[in-house]
Design a protein around this ligand. Structure first.
Ligand SMILES: *[C@@H]1O[C@H](CO)[C@@H](O)[C@H](O)[C@H]1NC(C)=O
Ligand SMILES: *[C@@H]1O[C@H](CO)[C@@H](O)[C@H](O)[C@H]1NC(C)=O
Ligand SMILES: *[C@@H]1O[C@H](CO)[C@@H](O)[C@H](O)[C@H]1NC(C)=O
Ligand SMILES: *[C@@H]1O[C@H](CO)[C@@H](O)[C@H](O)[C@H]1NC(C)=O
Ligand SMILES: *[C@@H]1O[C@H](CO)[C@@H](O)[C@H](O)[C@H]1NC(C)=O
Ligand SMILES: *[C@@H]1O[C@H](CO)[C@@H](O)[C@H](O)[C@H]1NC(C)=O
Length: 857
């Protein structure tokens, strides 16, 4: 039961991509921009139409950029140029991927949707517009508004970036239950602009229009700048009577909403499990402390609680849960103030300890009989000590918890594996949420707590006559929180006159049964002759909800079961033309095709955020030319004699901050499936690879942040030099230099060498020898460059250099545990098995399990 304030953000902009040489302002003019949103019974259908004209006398690129909620599904996009419409089509992701790959190989940019901020994703597409020509862009998306803390919220972020002659936001809301309150709010409305806002509210309908004239949009009468830059919000709730919820029916599909009020809150038993590993140092731990102080104050006297902090060691504040008396809360707050961050991350042990404390307290009958037990885990990193394999942790916790307690997982920042936390939460009846590293992180934590702080019902069953419904969405819920809402949709089977519904649930006091007989004809009549509704909206709402639930279920499923769930979700996405994580939309342009994919929360990872996790201390002592590896917290592991033979120089593996180790400088795939080496090198260094036989020379330079800031690839025979930095790509061909920006996607051939630049992603160069040298522009967590070779088996036996030497005459020897020696051209280095970030695949957030090696010249 995920609960989020439902928000809708849109950013409109159209920019001049290729500036007119004469510097003409607004040569691409948006002369009309409309947002039409129809919200019928919480289901919102939004159409954005932008009309632009090229006022210049040369052809130019027009960019259409919109930000839409992550929770929405795009359903259509089209462009109309010179009266001809170019529609988008939704396809299975695999099928679309081929088109995507073809586009990339033709040198076109690909990927039209990217994650952007907390709640948004950005859709952008550009098209070439002939002189004096016009283009109409139209984007449609749909979403189900979710009730959170007592309201639905529609947030529209407006940012046209220029004055627009016809600008209009038009929102129609139709709620058959009746609108109990409705408010509009904005961050940019001045008194002037307020006059452009009209709000008409009736019993069940509301119509909100915002239509500022050019004069009203102007920041100052003498300026061309627009005031329209900020948030536009609509918040509302609906009326509810004390019945078995509300049923609505359109064309054989029903939706059932249930959100009772005035039910007492269950006492809760809550264990906060707080990561205090090294990476939490500074602001994060401060914000966590701040949030905890407030949250502790919010506990009710009937609640019980405990605090567990963890890094390498797991420490429980008290051996058991304590009642949230004023005195205990005060003591806990003092304790929170003393938490200090340092060390590694033992998630497995921490959560198991929380489960154990709850088990003990339950067995000792310390907790109220009718109460809800939950664990809130807050972590900002991946497990680095104790059990570190995420699948094993998930299994351990699921087994130990055995559906007894609700586990909520909060991932702080982008350095966590959201996928890992999400599965763990969903496996244990909870949800996962990301906390963004921002000034308001403490508020985000508190607000999440408030959402789960008020369980009012448990074991909720929404029942319908067995033979009366088909294809029903989820109808059993473990918990319902005050201020949220249960939604069930399905198909009504037979020709029914009366549709019976029954709700069973447990409150703190008693068992609740609510029954109602719904007159189908009466309910269907509500939506007849309503100009606000669009088609079979309940059927689409049903499909939307079903797809979301199937995707969520597939997270916890495995094997065949998982495949079947995804298949069903895919079939529905295609049938209803929804761009979901399983489908893509192929957008046709006059001269090309592009692909829009839906990013998932995990794609978001490591877009920003800082790191600083510490690995467990690794100490290797060497005696003579033998090394003994040992890990603190474990018994010393004597190396078998001769295992680590180091020719010269010492090899001291020490506590290494992850910031220079998590992103390995190089990821080398050596022959053999499991033989991946993650290599870091210390400056100073120049020559990375030199293969005189192939005439290839690669050098690099490390910047302040210990990441590569510069690479140079030289093809001596062809006289081609490629110099790549974070700022630009410099191509030198026999002394003629060309500067290529990272902001374009191009491919071309120079002296038989194929060069492909993917906009802000990578540049690669390949020759006839089937060796591709690819330099990836990694944007997170700090901008740096990654280098890798494809077809490295084709290097000759003369290859040398810090990196090059690994590509010839290198092999692993048998090791012990997660230690294994690698022999590189006769020299022996110890390597240690670790998980590292894998940036070989664009936008991948995956980790790679590799043999890590840090060379210090
Ligand atoms: C295009 O416009 C520029 C500046 O507005 C003008 O100098 C130029 O002559 C025009 N070119 C043509 C072909 O009309
Ligand atoms: C998408 O929009 C285009 C252009 O308006 C239309 O032809 C097409 O039928 C729409 N597709 C769907 C699935 O609604
Ligand atoms: C439940 O939520 C409503 C708003 O939807 C609020 O007015 C009320 O105070 C809440 N009750 C409790 C016990 O939190
Ligand atoms: C409520 O129902 C549950 C499950 O059916 C049962 O175990 C419990 O005793 C009931 N409680 C009351 C107060 O009737
Ligand atoms: C349902 O409502 C309609 C219209 O109000 C009425 O004619 C019909 O008799 C009702 N059906 C039942 C079973 O009550
Ligand atoms: C999905 O659709 C395909 C083709 O229509 C069908 O063969 C398959 O059985 C469907 N899968 C599921 C799980 O519904």
């Amino acid at each position: 039961m995920e609960r989020q304030i439902f928000t809708l953000w849109l950013i409109f902009s159209s920019q001049i991509v290729l500036a007119d040489p004469a510097g003409q302002q607004n040569a691409i003019e948006i002369y009309s921009l409309r947002v039409d949103s129809k919200v019928t019974s919480r289901f919102a259908h939004t159409v954005i139409t932008s009309k632009v004209a090229n006022r210049a006398n040369v052809s130019q690129e027009a960019l259409f950029e919109v930000e839409l909620p992550k929770t929405a599904f795009i359903t259509n996009f089209s462009m109309t140029i010179d009266g001809k419409t170019y529609p988008g089509t939704v396809k299975e992701k695999k099928a679309a991927q081929d088109q995507y790959d073809a586009a990339v190989s033709r040198g076109q940019s690909a990927g039209l949707v990217r994650s952007s901020g907390r709640k948004l994703e950005q859709f952008h597409v550009s098209v070439n517009v002939a002189a004096a020509a016009k283009v109409t862009f139209e984007l449609i998306y749909e979403e189900l508004l979710k009730r959170k803390l007592g309201k639905y919220e529609l947030l529209i972020k407006v940012k046209p970036k220029q004055l627009v002659k016809h600008f209009q936001i038009d929102t129609h809301i139709f709620e058959p239950q009746g609108i109990s309150f409705l408010e509009t709010d904005s961050t940019f409305l001045t008194n002037e602009l307020n006059e452009a806002l009209t709000k008409v509210q009736g019993e069940t309908k509301a119509h909100i229009t915002f239509k500022p004239t050019i004069a009203q949009q102007r920041k100052r009468p003498d300026l061309e700048e627009t005031l329209l830059d900020g948030d536009f919000l609509i918040r509302y709730d609906v009326k509810r009577s004390v019945t078995a919820g509300d049923i609505q029916i359109v064309n054989g599909y029903f939706v059932h909403y249930f959100a009772p009020s005035e039910i007492p809150v269950f006492p809760k038993n809550i264990v906060f499990v707080i990561d205090k590993s090294g990476s939490m140092i500074g602001k994060k731990i401060q914000q966590t402390q701040e949030a905890l102080q407030e949250i502790l104050d919010d506990l009710n006297p009937e609640d019980h609680f405990n605090l567990i902090t963890f890094s390498r060691k797991v420490i429980a504040w008290k051996p058991s849960l304590l009642p949230a008396t004023e005195e205990n809360v005060e003591l806990a707050k003092q304790y929170v103030g003393t938490i200090q961050a340092q060390g590694a991350t033992d998630i497995n042990d921490a959560v198991l300890t929380a489960i154990h404390t709850l088990n003990e307290a339950t067995a000792a009958e310390l907790l109220p009989e009718q109460s809800i037990s939950m664990i809130i885990l807050l972590t900002d990193g991946e497990p680095t000590t104790g059990v570190t394999d995420v699948h094993t942790i998930q299994k351990n916790i699921k087994q130990a918890n055995n559906e007894k307690y609700f586990l909520y997982c909060l991932g702080f920042g982008f350095d966590v594996s959201y996928t890992f936390l999400e599965k763990m939460a969903l496996d244990n009846g909870g949800i996962a949420r990301r906390i963004y590293e921002d000034a308001d992180a403490a508020l985000q934590l508190q607000s999440f707590y408030h959402e789960v702080a008020t369980p009012i019902l448990k074991e909720i069953e929404m029942n319908y006559l067995d033979n009366a419904v088909e294809e029903i969405t989820r109808n059993n819920f473990k918990l319902l929180f005050n201020g949220s809402e249960i939604v069930v949709a399905g198909k009504i089977g037979n020709e029914l006159d009366v549709f019976p519904v029954e709700i069973k649930a447990q409150t703190q006091m008693n068992n609740l049964t609510l029954k109602e007989q719904v007159n189908v004809t009466e309910k269907e009549e509500i939506f007849q002759n309503q100009k606000y509704i669009f088609g079979n909206f309940i059927e689409r709402l049903w499909a939307y909800l079903t797809i979301q639930q199937l995707l969520e279920k597939s997270v916890s499923a495995e094997g065949e079961q998982q495949k079947m769930l995804k298949d069903q979700a895919l079939n529905l996405s295609l049938k209803f033309s929804f761009v979901t994580p399983l489908t893509s939309m192929v957008v046709t342009k006059p001269d090309a095709e592009e692909v829009a994919n839906k990013p998932t929360e995990a794609d978001n990872e490591n877009v920003e955020g800082k790191r600083g996790h510490f690995y467990p201390t690794l100490i290797s002592l060497h005696k003579g030319n033998r090394i003994f590896g040992s890990r603190t917290g474990m018994q010393g592991l004597p190396g078998s004699p001769g295992l680590f033979r180091i020719p010269s120089g010492s090899f001291l593996l020490q506590r290494v901050p992850l910031s220079d180790e998590r992103y390995p400088h190089f990821i080398l795939q050596l022959p053999g499936e499991d033989n991946i080496v993650c290599l870091n090198v210390d400056p100073p260094l120049r020559s990375l690879l030199s293969d005189p036989d192939k005439g290839i020379e690669v050098t690099g330079q490390i910047g302040e942040k210990l990441q590569f800031k510069h690479f140079e690839v030289v093809y001596q025979k062809a006289g081609v030099k490629l110099n790549v930095s974070k700022d630009h790509i410099l191509l030198d061909h026999n002394g003629n230099a060309t500067v290529l920006p990272w902001t374009t996607t191009v491919s071309f051939t120079v002296q038989g060498l194929k060069v492909i630049i993917e906009e802000e992603k990578s540049v690669s160069i390949s020759g006839a020898d089937n060796i591709t040298i690819k330099i990836a522009y990694v944007k997170f967590p700090e901008r740096f460059l990654g280098l890798y070779f494809i077809g490295s088996e084709n290097f000759s036996d003369q290859v040398t250099g810090h990196l090059g030497e690994f590509y010839f005459n290198t092999h692993f020897e048998t090791g012990f545990g997660d230690w294994r020696p690698i022999v590189v051209q006769g020299r022996n280095y110890p390597t240690n098995r670790q998980a590292r970030k894998d940036y070989r695949v664009e936008s991948s957030i995956d980790t790679v399990s590799c043999w890590t090696l840090h060379i210090r010249p």
